[in-house]
Structure formats: structure tokens, C-alpha cells
Design a protein around this ligand. Structure first.
Ligand code: ING
Length: 317
């Protein structure tokens, strides 16, 4: 980030997307944190101001596994954040002066389970937390699926809405994985002036209910959602994957950084630990927000009743 305030690009933030390769079920958190620290060091070498990691970044994507006993489930959750395993991440954030965002499974003191992500400032202080609202999949074992996707079994829907915080002199917000497929998510933050929307994801490379929907279509839909959300709200969007084969279950890569015009300006090329970087001028959001997507001038909320009052489809006939 520029330290001077004259000339253009005075609100430039160098953003790193730290894509993670697969995390096997047996891999301990400490080993994962070592991989994350290496990516933070690489980001420091690339002059990053902020590094974004994937959803559920500390462990394998455990909602693919069916568990009955709560004790078997809770081992995948963090009771505190920071904690012993993750404290090195916050210490390194402060040492390197890099803000941090990553996802993890949160077990609250009163026993509630969420799919959560946090955002820190450049001194490793947590300034924002988000809990995933749109939980895909199912809650009981589904014999008709090629593999399970039990997020509705293990997590509660988020209870914080879609907050936006000022960080590094920009308006930043978070969502998580399936949230990126719902336009309401971007608009809720767009209506708070979001300029950088960050998200992590674990997306299976094949559809568990339709085997001919494979990697190519999954990558296309993932990019389609994020480029549309960026353009329609004139905001930067960064989407960071956990990728590769976890115990034989493939996840897509395709981490990207999208500019406020909907252009992909950086993209991962592997399914491994890979840092993508782009210098993002937050003032690039201004033109869209003051012209085509000047919400105050153009939106007609008197016609938008169903979006927030009706859950499913009600046909007029
Ligand atoms: N994963 C997937 C995602 O939304 C999914 C689940 C994939 C749902 C494709 C629908 C279509 O990217 C998570 N963790 O939400």
C-alpha cells in the first residue's frame, strides 16, 4: 500500500490469494499452518498487504465424511481463535505487517458450530468475523450421492448477516464458498459500499448427483458467480480455493482476483499451494459506484419485495 497520498493509486492494496493444495484427513493442523506460513512469507516477498486463504483452511474438507458422535465431529472445530496451532499465523501477520483472512470450523463457548472466516488488520488483530449463511448439501447420509456433502449436518447457518469493515483504508467484506453463488450476498455488501469482497472455497470437482458435471463446468460456474458479483456491485472480488485430491476426493482450483469491471486479473494455474498476487487500486471501484451502479440513483426497491420476503418459488398461476 502506498504510504503517500499524492497522485493516483493512493488506495492501492497488494492482495495475495493463497490457494492451498489438498489437506489429507490425517494431516495435523501444525503441518497445515507451516504451509500457510510459507505462503505468507512468499506474499511478503511480493509486497502483499493482505493474504486471503481458503474456507476451512486448517483441515481436510471434513463435511465429505459421515460422523454420528459429536466427539468425532468436534475434533474438526476450533474452540478458540487464535489458539496454540494458529497463533503463529497471527504472530507472522504482525511481524510481516500483512493482514490475514482464513476460514475454519468454529465451535463457540456455548456449543454452537459454524463455518467461519476471520479478517485481521496488519498487526494480526482480528477486526472481523463472518459465519457462512448458505450451507449446501444435506444433513443425513444420502445413499444416492457419489459422495457426501454434510454441511447442513455439521454447521448452523451464519447469524451475523454480511458485515463490511474498513481495513487498510478500504471497505472489506467476506463470504464463504456456496455464498458466492447467491447474488443477494454481493448486493448486501454492495449496499454497504464494499470495495473488496474476499472468499474461500472447497468445491468438489464433480457433482455428487450428476456425474457428467465435471471440472470444466465447475470452474466455469465458480468464475461466473464471482465475475458477475464483482461487476454488478463495482467491487474487487478474490476467491481462493482449497484444491486437489483429498483422500481421493478432487476439489477444483481456479483461485482468481476479479476487478470491479468483472475482469479476471489473476488466476491460479495449479491445484497446489499457489500464491496469486495483484495490486488492487480501491479507487477503481468509484466509477461504477457513481454511474451504472449508483444504487441510490437507479434502484427501485418498491419492486423488490419477493427477494427478502419470500424463500422459495410461488408461481402466479
Ligand atoms: N462447496 C460447494 C460450493 O458451493 C457446491 C458445494 C458445489 C454446491 C457446486 C453447488 C454446486 O462451491 C461448498 N463448500 O460450499
Amino acid at each position: 500500500m502506498c504510504d503517500f497520498t499524492i497522485g493516483d493509486k493512493m488506495r492501492e492494496i497488494v492482495i495475495g490469494g493463497a490457494q492451498m493444495g489438498p489437506i489429507q484427513k490425517a494431516e495435523p493442523r501444525e503441518a497445515v499452518v507451516e504451509r500457510m506460513l510459507a505462503l505468507m512469507e512468499e506474499a511478503h516477498g511480493a509486497s502483499c498487504d493482505l493474504v486471503v486463504f481458503p474456507e476451512l483452511c486448517l483441515t481436510t474438507f471434513f463435511p465429505r465424511w459421515y460422523f454420528e458422535k459429536q466427539a468425532e465431529i468436534d475434533v474438526w472445530f476450533e474452540k478458540n481463535m487464535p489458539n496454540d496451532a494458529t497463533m503463529p499465523l497471527f504472530r507472522t501477520s504482525k511481524e510481516l505487517g500483512i493482514a490475514l483472512s482464513f476460514g475454519y470450523a468454529e465451535l463457540t463457548p456455548d456449543g454452537l458450530h459454524y463455518n467461519t472466516s476471520i479478517l485481521t488488520d496488519k498487526r494480526g488483530n482480528i477486526i472481523g468475523k463472518y459465519r457462512k449463511v448458505h450451507l449446501p448439501g444435506h444433513s443425513e447420509y444420502d445413499h444416492d450421492r457419489a459422495f457426501q456433502h454434510l454441511e447442513k449436518r455439521y454447521f448452523l447457518p451464519g447469524d451475523m448477516g454480511f458485515p463490511v469493515w474498513r481495513n487498510l483504508n478500504a471497505m472489506m467484506g467476506m463470504c464463504i464458498c456456496n455464498d458466492r453463488r447467491w447474488p443477494e450476498v454481493y448486493r448486501e455488501m454492495g449496499l454497504q459500499g464494499v470495495e473488496l469482497l474476499m472468499l474461500g472455497y472447497n468445491t468438489p470437482s464433480v457433482n455428487s448427483q450428476m456425474s457428467d458435471e465435471g471440472l470444466e463446468k465447475r470452474l466455469y460456474h465458480s468464475e461466473l458467480c464471482m465475475t458477475a458479483g464483482a461487476y454488478q456491485n463495482s467491487t474487487w472480488v478474490i476467491g481462493v480455493a482449497k484444491a486437489g485430491s483429498e483422500d481421493g476426493h478432487p476439489l477444483i482450483g481456479g483461485s482468481i482476483i476479479v476487478d470491479p469491471d468483472g475482469n479476471v486479473v489473476a488466476k491460479a494455474s495449479s491445484e497446489d499451494d499457489e500464491l496469486i498476487v495483484h495490486a488492487c487500486d480501491m479507487d477503481a471501484c468509484n466509477f461504477g459506484k457513481s454511474t451504472i451502479f449508483d444504487f441510490a440513483r437507479h434502484r427501485r426497491i418498491e419492486h423488490y419485495t419477493r427477494i427478502s420476503t419470500q424463500t422459495g418459488v410461488v408461481r402466479p398461476d
